[in-house]
Design a protein around this ligand. Structure first.
Ligand code: PGA
Length: 249
């Protein structure tokens, strides 16, 4: 079975409400042309508004984080059940910015994967190496460890519900992109780690992130194991984001 591509816009901590509404509306208005799955991943505070705009359009909604706790006295946290009840489907887990700035380690990410899956959310699990590791030629070991520590406990059923995003840290927000060859090599490597454990991982989407834009998306998405993109900066303007969606067609 062919994997349907996913293009997900990670808005990060950007946009004010009027801009968020305009962007979501711009994407919604172009939906008749979409041939791939499309997800919008705004800040928590805009989730309800974006849900309202894309309701019943087939465009998917995501969130950028989830609490490790079920519910209760955890000021500032947002739970998996809250997100689910607000219409969220995808959830980014393990983004390098959260690993770096918020100290999220393998163990925390493992917990986030488990709680998201338990409540029927679909994690987009991010992995990827920093520049120094790439330069030392240790990127495969590095990514393998990220997957082993946070994902290898999951069941075959879980693997049917997750997406993996390979995001080399040196390419995120830098304008440097992994070449199509580098991306394909890593995506095939990741798939090669997962499939022997769970053959269903042949169906797991592995998307690329890191300065993905309208100019490079087509070449990246043409790679056999690149099943779409997790797009940051270029997802903030509907024209750019729509061009990337088209490249996935
Ligand atoms: P970028 O971000 O497209 O701005 O490089 C990608 C990401 O961090 O998901």
């Amino acid at each position: 079975m062919k994997r349907k591509k996913l293009v997900a816009g990670n808005w990060k901590m950007n946009l004010e409400i009027a801009e968020a509404i305009k962007l979501a509306t711009g994407v919604k208005d172009a939906r008749a042309n979409f041939k791939c799955d499309v997800a919008l991943i705004p800040s928590f505070v805009y989730i309800a508004e974006v849900k309202h705009i894309i309701y019943a359009t087939g465009i998917h909604l995501g969130a950028q984080d989830v609490s490790t706790h079920e519910n209760g006295a955890y000021t500032g946290e947002v739970s998996a059940t809250q997100l689910k009840s607000a219409g969220v489907e995808y959830i980014i887990i393990g983004h390098s910015e959260r690993r770096e700035h918020f100290g999220e380690n393998h163990g925390v990410l493992k917990q986030k994967m488990e709680i998201a899956l338990k409540h029927g959310l679909k994690p987009i699990f991010c992995c990827g190496e920093p520049l120094q590791v790439r330069e030392e030629g240790k990127h495969k070991e590095y990514v393998q460890k990220q997957l082993e520590e946070s994902l290898f406990n999951l069941s075959a059923k879980d693997f049917a519900n997750i997406t993996i995003a390979y995001e080399p840290i040196w390419a995120i927000g830098t304008g440097l992109t992994a070449s199509a060859e580098q991306a394909q090599e890593m995506h095939a490597f990741i798939r090669g780690l997962l499939v022997p454990k769970h053959p269903i991982a042949l169906q797991t989407r592995i998307i690329y992130g890191g300065s993905c834009n309208a100019a490079n998306a087509k070449e990246l998405f043409a790679c056999a194991d690149v099943d779409g993109g997790l797009v940051g900066g270029a997802s903030l303007k509907s024209k750019d984001f729509l061009a990337i969606i088209e490249a996935a067609g």
